[in-house]
Design a protein around this ligand. Structure first.
Ligand SMILES: N[C@@H](CCC(=O)N[C@@H](CS)C(=O)NCC(=O)O)C(=O)O
Length: 277
């Protein structure tokens, strides 16, 4: 692992690191914010998965999360959204290929050799950060935006007991029924739709739910609302009687102006779950 940068930030440190990823078979870069408390002992961690077109950098510089994470003594991880580099497959569209990994393990060519973002964020990166930084793996929570909200919800439901809480900003919640999902799952996972269902938050809510609190915020003026389908997830949560707070925020769009407006509340929500008991 190599250090790209480390900057003092709200009493802690905002770092950027690169490493050779086994899962993605290429160099990967991630951001990690450590609060001041990490100097004295292992701290809880909140994963932030980003959306389409993002690198590790967008949320790190625009979500305004460090201030609230510092206040709560929580670390933040900002993984990249896909493998990258010259030898890595790509597509001209912004919503496929590099910057659009959708947090799945691709099984289809030309994506299969590198696009293993599921393994990267659920296995490789957790081990890497826990062995190199003062992170308490027993206290983890996860959030994300758009494609990253999809990643956060599907990972939290598929790996029971790892995350104390899950939240999302404008998440894609029913990708098997949306053009943000069908296109990418077809490309990465192939035409057998039975392989898609473990990556659909609404189907996972119908099937198993989440053993903990869920918080989702979506803007009523989100330009991608029809692709996100918050109503499908709300219906599934109500049917399961899942503990959840699902809000439509009037006038907000899909941008980081929206994400940053509600970041304090999301971090306080996770802090309550991470410090409970
Ligand atoms: N570039 C796309 C929009 C993609 C988009 O809005 N991406 C969101 C996540 S789904 C984002 O966070 N973009 C990067 C940013 O705002 O910094 C378009 O032109 O339609």
């Amino acid at each position: 692992m190599e250090t790209v940068s480390e900057n003092a930030c709200f009493g802690g440190t905002q770092g950027v690191y690169t490493h050779k990823s086994k899962a993605c078979d290429c160099d990967m870069t991630f951001g990690l914010f450590l609060p001041e408390e990490a100097k004295w002992g292992a701290v809880p961690v909140l994963w932030y998965l980003s959306g389409l077109t993002c690198t590790h950098e967008n949320a790190m510089t625009k979500a305004g999360a460090q201030q609230w994470a510092a206040e709560q003594g929580i670390a933040l991880v900002f993984p990249d959204t896909s493998p990258r580099g010259e030898g890595v497959a790509n597509d001209d569209a912004f919503d496929l290929g590099q910057g659009a990994g959708f947090y799945v393990n691709a099984t289809q060519d030309p994506w299969a050799p590198h696009f293993r973002m599921w393994d990267y964020v659920t296995e490789e990166l957790p081990v890497l950060i826990a062995s190199n930084f003062a992170i308490d793996s027993a206290r983890q929570a996860i959030t994300g935006h758009s494609m990253g909200g999809h990643g956060a919800l599907t990972i939290a439901m598929n790996i029971p007991d790892r995350f104390a809480s899950v939240s999302a900003f404008s998440p894609i919640v029913n990708p098997t029924q949306s053009s943000w999902g069908r296109k990418q799952f077809g490309a990465y996972l192939g035409s057998d739709e039975s392989q898609w269902s473990k990556h659909d938050a609404t189907l996972l809510m119908n099937e198993k739910g989440f053993d903990g609190p869920i918080l989702c915020d979506t803007g009523t003026s989100d330009q991608f609302l029809d692709l996100l389908m918050p109503e499908s997830f709300a219906k599934a949560c109500a049917t399961r009687r899942q503990q959840s707070i699902l809000r439509m925020q009037p006038g907000y769009d899909h941008s980081y102006f929206f994400v940053s407006s509600f970041m304090e509340e999301h971090i306080a929500f996770h802090a309550e779950a991470l410090y409970a008991g």
